[in-house]
Structures are given as structure tokens and as C-alpha cells.
Ligand binder design. Structure first.
Ligand SMILES: [Zn+2]
Length: 101
């Protein structure tokens, strides 16, 4: 009897998990559909700061500062001679540390 209860509980849990996944998937699809609908109506507002931020969150290319090794979005980096830096000071510091050949 204990074994039967265990299996019943297991099946119920699996069923519940599947249901939760289905619900979250439906919510995500609905949100995407809503996003597409509002995006078509208000393209002017979505090309501004919000859209730029969304692009960054969606995975902008990250580069590493040659001087301190910190990772930052490529659009925020100072690029010099194929090297990326987190700011001007690090670019200059790296330059003086490694003179050009
Ligand atoms: Zn740096």
C-alpha cells in the first residue's frame, strides 16, 4: 500500500510539473504575441532607449579590457588598434606599459 501511494504521488508530481511547464510556456507565448502586437503599433517608441537596452540584454557582444580584464559591452569599450579597454585611462596605461613595436 505504501508503495502504491508513493507511485501515485510521483505520478501526481510529474503531472503537476508538466502542467506548470505548459502554463509558463503559454504565458511566454502570450507575452511574445502581445509584444509583437504592441511593437507593430508603436515602432517609434521601441527604437529608442528601451529597444537599445533590450538589445543589450539580449546578448550584445562582450569584450575584455586588455588592461584590467573586466568584461564590458562592445559598444561601451574603447577600441584601439584591435584591443579593447574599459576606459581611456586603461587604454593609456596599457599603451605606456606595452610600447608599440
Ligand atoms: Zn580596464
Amino acid at each position: 500500500m505504501g508503495k502504491l501511494l508513493f507511485w501515485l504521488a510521483l505520478v501526481a508530481l510529474a503531472f503537476l510539473a508538466m502542467k506548470l511547464v505548459a502554463i509558463s510556456q503559454r504565458k511566454r507565448e502570450a507575452a511574445q504575441r502581445e509584444d509583437a502586437a504592441t511593437g507593430a503599433q508603436a515602432t517609434t517608441t521601441r527604437t529608442g532607449e528601451g529597444a537599445r537596452r533590450a538589445g543589450e540584454l539580449a546578448g550584445e557582444m562582450m569584450v575584455q579590457c586588455e588592461h584590467c580584464g573586466v568584461f564590458l559591452p562592445a559598444s561601451d569599450a574603447f577600441v584601439d588598434g584591435g584591443h579593447s579597454y574599459c576606459d581611456r585611462a586603461h587604454r593609456d596605461a596599457h599603451r605606456t606599459r606595452q610600447p608599440r613595436r
